[in-house]
Design a binder for this molecule. Structure first.
Ligand SMILES: C[S@@+](CC[C@H](N)C(=O)[O-])C[C@H]1O[C@@H](n2cnc3c(N)ncnc32)[C@H](O)[C@@H]1O
Ligand code: SF4
Ligand code: SF4
Length: 343
């Protein structure tokens, strides 16, 4: 609990002192992947650029710690393919930081001892077997379920992340039933069609609204939907077609977006070293590479980002916490308490 308190305190302190601090940092430690999801952005697994060496990651984690980072999110590609995955987790933890992992769940049973050290784990699953395997590849569902069962048996908590596409928009209820069975919280995000390999999987705007209204109803009804109601509500109020992901100039009159705090308190580092404000702006912002410029310069450069608002539910859930939105903080505290509770 102490580390979560320090994380929250770092946000408060940076706000009071009006400073930009990279408190939450996503590091994509590889582009390699053992799955071939139909929508994976930018064909991540086929990018040929090398991945950071362990030494580069260790040096990055030291630079981050010096600059005030409190939470490191290990992402990919599939991070569990790295033979030094345990060393990376150990480094994050020995620097006193919270550690998150986003994984496709198919390899977790081989890493249970290391995963005990990880503070939060997100497993991607896209519905029942048929819907999931259409999105994430044949045979993936059984491997993900096997991974979830091994985590449960080992007493390691996790939550899930589901990307909603035409293949699985009817599978939300299955995921929520599963969430009750396995005792996890479920994150849901509509596919970012513009970044999807197969663009035909995207929902149209009416379908997106219908799905998000359903999620909001479930959230308000007490079902284990992870993101806060306000982040979903903000999505429904978006004043443009959903293919417009962000607003960077004037916000239309009468629309009150969730303020973007991510650009002050977070960033996303791709496996080639480019430092972006967030996942949405990957390849949309002229980023600097920390391997050439050093992390501080790449981070300072993000202050030039003029993006004012977006409809991304995951980013906005985080934006609300950084904005000290009481409902979102209570939502996060409830999730953390469940995570820390022994079963
Ligand atoms: C790129 S993956 C990396 C971690 C791991 N390989 C996994 O699948 O969880 C992180 C998350 O992004 C999601 N994702 C991939 N492409 C996406 C897209 N075009 N729109 C929205 N989410 C996407 C994945 O489903 C996954 O939940
Ligand atoms: S979404 Fe994750 S599991 Fe699927 S191909 Fe992309 S990196 Fe791999
Ligand atoms: S408004 Fe959204 S897309 Fe823009 S920088 Fe903030 S989090 Fe990223």
């Amino acid at each position: 609990m102490k580390k979560y308190f320090l994380y929250f305190w770092a946000i408060l302190k940076a706000r009071i002192l009006k400073k930009r601090v990279p408190i939450f940092v996503v590091i994509c430690v590889t582009n390699r992947c053992n799955l071939r999801c139909a929508y994976c952005y930018e064909e991540v697994y086929d990018r040929q650029e090398g991945e950071f060496t362990k030494e580069a990651i260790f040096s990055l984690i030291d630079q981050l710690t010096d600059m005030g980072t409190r939470y490191v999110s290990i992402n990919g590609g599939e991070a569990l393919l790295r033979s030094d995955f345990k060393d990376i987790v150990d480094k994050v933890k020995s620097n006193g930081l919270l550690c998150h992992l986003s994984t496709n769940g198919t390899l977790v049973s081989k890493h249970l001892e290391t995963l005990r050290e990880v503070d939060s784990i997100a497993i991607s699953i896209d519905g029942d077997q048929l819907s999931n395997d259409r999105n994430r590849g044949e045979g993936s569902y059984n491997k993900i379920i096997e991974g979830m069962k091994s985590l449960k048996q080992a007493g390691i908590k996790f939550h899930t992340h589901t990307v909603i596409t035409k293949n699985n928009k009817g599978a939300i209820e299955e995921i929520l039933d599963m969430a009750q069975q396995y005792n996890f919280q479920a994150q849901f995000s509509p596919l970012r069609i513009e970044d999807s390999l197969d663009k035909s999987l995207g929902l149209n705007d009416t379908e997106m609204k219908e799905v998000v209204e359903r999620l909001l109803k479930y959230k308000k009804g007490g079902r284990p939907v992870f993101f806060s109601a306000k982040a979903y509500d903000n999505f429904l109020k978006w004043p443009y077609p959903y293919h417009q992901l962000t607003i960077s100039k004037d916000v239309p009159a009468g629309y009150h977006p969730i303020r973007c705090n991510i650009k002050r308190f977070a960033c996303h580092i791709e496996a080639n070293g480019l430092v972006y404000p967030c996942i949405v702006l990957v390849n949309r912002f002229k980023a600097l590479n920390f391997l050439d410029a050093g992390f501080k310069k790449a981070w300072d450069h993000l202050a030039e980002n003029d993006c004012k608002a977006c409809h991304n539910i995951c980013c906005n859930d985080q934006n609300l916490i950084y904005d000290i939105n009481i409902n979102s903080i209570l939502n996060a505290v409830k999730i953390v308490r469940k995570r820390l509770k022994k079963e």
